[in-house]
Design a protein around this ligand. Structure first.
Ligand code: LMR
Length: 335
């Protein structure tokens, strides 16, 4: 009797443990690692945090987003590989960093002065042309989910940059984009590809003379403390492709994927809405700091920059695809 009781009790305990284990397993959230290379204070950093907050809210406990900023998990050189291997599930690299992975069409966004203003850009990134460009990532096992703005870039250096001739011989740091390389070469500078995490130090030590970035990134990395001059050129766009490992994304339960999609749509609106203000505030803060002399271009100087830089569009047509450039220009409303 005692023996039977003991066996029943033990079996009951085992059953209870198994069912508790199932419950724990059922409740364990899906973990998504989202890695990026900028400061949490930059527009992308804020967008990532907003996505985390919304995704966890809409996911109702089924998903946990771990955001790794400032390249602490993976840097420029290895984050795309890490995504393809499934070591992170989501990233938001600049569009300028997909060329080395074989997505050359994304370099269309790097063409100098291709977008007249943010509205022209928006017609591309929010429309069918943006969607079809994101679709190119599928061939690499990557799902392109959204395009997030940072904004328009300015040029900075240790010496004034009023006219194209001022760039002659300057070592200018760029992202790994052939279009950015051609842009700096067209200005007479010597382009130097370098990971974002190394730029501030390279400017400080003089390993490079200057660079380009939107004001928000320039301030977040305190580049204004080591760049005596900057020109508010707004010559090119910096945006990000928010991407996921395709096998992971497709394997998510439908309800979770829907929740993430809803969170991402709202986080995209949020990021694009705050980015412009963040850049204006960053420019204001750096002007006030007084360590960099900011130069606002005259109409004649802008014409000189356009004259030097617009030929890069034709020069890069074979690499990007002339049809892609035409589609983007048509969608932007630039003809
Ligand atoms: C860079 O200059 O590398 C930046 O685009 C980094 C970033 O992700 O904003």
């Amino acid at each position: 009797m005692a023996k039977a009781f003991t066996r029943r009790t033990a079996m009951g305990m085992i059953a209870a443990t198994v069912s508790a284990g199932r419950a724990v397993r059922a409740q364990a959230p899906i973990v998504i690692k989202l890695s990026h290379v900028v400061s949490p204070a930059a527009p992308k950093g804020k967008g990532a945090e907003r996505f985390k907050q919304l995704a966890e809210q809409y996911g109702e406990g089924r998903v946990r987003i771990e955001v790794y900023p400032s390249g602490q998990l993976f840097g420029d050189a290895n984050e795309l590989d890490a995504l393809q291997r499934g070591e992170v599930q989501m990233l938001a690299p600049p569009l300028a960093k997909f060329g080395p992975a074989g997505i050359r069409a994304f370099e269309v966004f790097d063409l100098p002065y291709i977008f007249r203003d943010a509205e022209a850009l928006r017609r591309v990134t929010r429309g069918p042309v943006g969607a079809s460009l994101l679709g190119l990532l599928a061939a690499k096992g990557i799902t392109g989910l959204a395009i997030w703005d940072n904004g328009f870039k300015i040029m900075s250096a240790s010496t004034p940059l009023r006219l194209p001739a001022d760039f002659r011989g300057l070592r200018m740091r760029i992202q790994p984009s052939k279009v950015l390389e051609a842009q700096m070469t067209a200005l007479g500078a010597v382009p130097q590809v370098m990971a974002f995490s190394e730029v501030a130090d390279a400017l400080r030590t003089g390993a490079v003379d200057g660079t380009e970035n939107p004001p928000s990134n320039m301030l977040a990395q305190r580049m204004h403390e080591v760049q005596a001059h900057a020109t508010v050129s707004n010559h090119g766009y910096l945006g990000y492709a928010v991407i996921a490992n395709m096998a992971f994304w497709d394997g998510l339960p439908d309800g979770v994927r829907d929740a993430l999609g809803r969170a991402l749509a709202e986080a995209t609106e949020f990021t694009n809405a705050v980015a412009k203000g963040e850049n204006e505030a960053a420019l204001g803060a750096m002007r006030a700091a007084g360590t960099t002399e900011f130069h606002d271009m005259s109409a004649a100087e802008r014409q000189a920059w356009l004259g030097a830089l617009l030929p890069v569009h034709a020069e890069m047509a074979d690499r990007i695809g002339g049809d892609v450039i035409q589609q983007v220009k048509a969608a932007a409303g630039g003809g």
